[in-house]
Write a new protein. Structure first.
Lengths: 115, 114
């Protein structure tokens, strides 16, 4: 059971380059999320998708776009990378909340450096 | 707006000693509260959560946390720390409805010394 799979694990970009971070989950979860993690700032939500076919902005969406390709896959695109986007990116998924289901499953992260 | 504060950036404890990690929150109603742990190079893993009921909640790996409404706190405790507990710990607060309504703290990095 792979859980949440993110690719790539590491990436170095030059300012202005574009790239797409891929994420796939095999738990049949409805909700998927993209976070960035910066030192001293914890996790901040970039975008989320509550269900297949829907996406919404989180706390820090500027400079990013997302696509919920199907129920399994949720990609994050940087159209024109900036040094401020140097961060560790996490994809996560969850089921709709019930009395026992409030748990985020995380991928292992993508470490992105923009030079 | 909701917020969560983890006042300790870094804590060092000896193996076998007790541990308490502090978490204070600001929220207008009864919050949903979480503690997550992140081992080096990994994503976060849920340790425990509080929604309602008993204010002392038990989690995995021998951790517990106590919700104190009067102090707006949700501190994480463990009676005896193991070297494998070295990690970063995140407190989170939010509302029912999904993690888009949850705010994470800035984390406390735990170092365990022999």
């Amino acid at each position: 059971n792979a859980g949440v799979t993110q690719t790539p694990k590491f990436q170095v970009l030059k300012t202005g380059q574009s790239m797409t971070l891929q994420c796939a989950q095999d738990m049949n979860h409805n909700s998927m999320y993209w976070y960035r993690q910066d030192p001293g700032m914890g996790l901040r939500l970039i975008y989320y998708s509550a269900s297949e076919g829907t996406t919404d902005k989180g706390e820090v969406p500027n400079g990013y776009n997302v696509s919920r390709l199907n129920k399994r896959e949720f990609s994050l695109r940087l159209e024109s990378a900036a040094p401020s986007q140097t961060s560790v990116y996490f994809c996560a998924s969850s089921e709709p909340w019930t009395a026992t289901n409030e748990k985020l499953f995380f991928g292992s992260g993508t470490q992105l450096s923009v030079l | 707006a909701q917020s969560v504060t983890q006042p300790d950036i870094h804590i060092t404890v000896s193996e076998g000693a007790s541990l308490e990690l502090r978490c204070n929150y600001s929220y207008g109603a009864t919050p949903y509260l979480f503690w997550y742990v992140q081992s080096p190079g990994q994503g976060l893993q849920l340790l425990l959560k509080y929604f309602s009921g008993d204010t002392l909640v038990q989690g995995i790996k021998g951790f517990e946390a106590e919700f104190k409404r009067s102090q707006s706190s949700f501190n994480l405790r463990k009676p005896s720390v193991h070297w494998s507990d070295a990690a970063e710990y995140f407190c989170a607060v939010g509302a029912r409805g999904g993690y888009q309504k949850v705010t994470f703290g800035t984390g406390t990095k735990l170092q365990v010394i022999p």
